[in-house]
Design a protein around this ligand. Structure first.
Ligand code: SAH
Length: 358
């Protein structure tokens, strides 16, 4: 008789782990101990969970594995940013980035291998979607980074701004957020987590009803449909006005705002008129704007605007009462900056996949 495949402890929310313990005749409070071992102490082997009985450890070892992404490469930028290339159980690779002192410590993690969104200026988009990450793989990046950086006991932020579109991998991303915020796991406060999306509206509407509510960042990049559709293909399906309306309906914590990310591309979307249109569009929205001067790459057909153009754009928004910041590009020398995450050798056609999605 074939042995049934073992399930993965790293894929279980605490409620599911409690159910699994209960089904085996063990007390459900052991789930708390196991969570502490996995997430707070970074243990990857049940034998090391020494406050569990031998009997329980043997049962866990028989029925479960613990899968952890493996470090394939680690690079450090001159500005302190670190990029981690991680290998998953099936050999696929993803990147996660540690950005120190922004002023907090931030982990930028991936939700997919590649991405189907095919935004015109993004390198990850050139890979197409290879596959979704599981919740365990999403959280696994945090386990690995926290361990390698000696930050298990320290506070950090998480931005879902690595490879992939988090709302295109909705269920696993939400499960990952529940594990990350579990009081016996990393106990991340949801306000320390930011989910960045290109604006998949049905998923955004679902997100609005979630119990664990991260901060929201919208990759807007253009104030009009004509311009945005040329940069973000998904705009052909979900336009600017609908996205803004969904943002206005979105439930926000007190004093919290939606971040609108806007990649500045020289001569494309960085004119004073664009800035004025953007300011008008965001009137009445609880927003802040994060300008991201393009991180250029050889196969990206756009250029980074000069600093004066960035300042002029920012000033027009600020003069109209908007909160504006310009994202400092961290880690450009190791290709760890926004939009530069790509893992060669596992590309798929993005165009085809987007066609399926739309
Ligand atoms: N898919 C999600 C999250 C990943 S990208 C999203 O689109 O929001 C995180 C941010 O980096 C997005 O705002 C994205 O548009 C931006 N970005 C992508 N490529 C970039 C580049 N080459 N230079 C600067 N920012 C880029």
């Amino acid at each position: 008789m074939a042995t049934p495949a073992r399930s993965d402890l790293a894929e279980l929310e605490r409620s599911a782990l409690e159910a699994a313990l209960d089904a085996r005749g063990y007390k459900i409070f052991h789930a708390r101990q196991i969570f502490r071992w996995l997430y707070r102490r970074g243990v990857t082997d049940v034998e090391a969970m020494t406050d569990l009985s031998r009997d329980l450890r043997a049962a866990l070892a028989r029925d479960f594995t613990i899968t952890t992404p493996e470090l394939a490469q680690r690079e450090t930028s001159s500005d302190g940013t670190e990029k981690f290339l991680l290998r998953l159980a099936d050999g696929r690779q993803i990147e996660s980035v540690f950005i120190p002192d922004t002023p907090s410590m931030t982990f930028c993690i991936s939700t997919q291998v590649g991405c189907a969104m095919a935004c015109a200026f993004c390198l990850t988009g050139k890979m197409g979607l290879v596959r979704n990450l599981t919740a365990g793989e999403i959280v696994g990046q945090v386990r690995v980074l926290a361990g390698m950086l000696g930050m298990r006991e320290k506070a950090f932020n998480i931005v879902l701004m690595g490879m992939g579109e988090p709302l295109h991998n909705y269920d696993e991303t939400m499960k990952a957020l529940r594990i990350l915020t579990d009081e016996y796991g990393f106990a991340m406060p949801p306000r320390r987590i930011t989910l960045s999306t290109v604006g998949l509206l049905p998923a955004l509407e679902r997100l609005a009803k979630e119990i664990v509510m991260p901060n929201l960042a919208i990759s807007l990049h253009a104030p009009t449909d004509a311009l945005r559709a040329a940069l973000v293909p998904l705009n052909q399906r979900y336009g600017v006005a609908d996205i803004i309306a969904a943002c206005q309906r979105f439930p926000l914590r007190k004093r919290s705002r939606i971040t609108f990310e806007y990649v500045l591309l020289a001569g494309v979307n960085d004119s004073p008129d664009d800035a004025r249109r953007l300011a008008k569009l965001l009137t009445g929205v609880k927003s802040k704007v994060n300008l991201i001067p393009l991180n250029a790459a050889p196969c990206i057909p756009f250029e980074r605007p000069a600093d004066v153009a960035v300042d002029r754009f920012a000033k027009i928004l600020a003069d109209r009462g908007l909160i504006v910041s310009v994202r400092k590009s961290r880690g450009r020398d190791i290709r760890a900056a926004c939009g530069q995450l790509i893992v060669e050798g596992q590309k798929r056609s993005a165009g085809q996949q987007l066609a399926v999605l739309m």
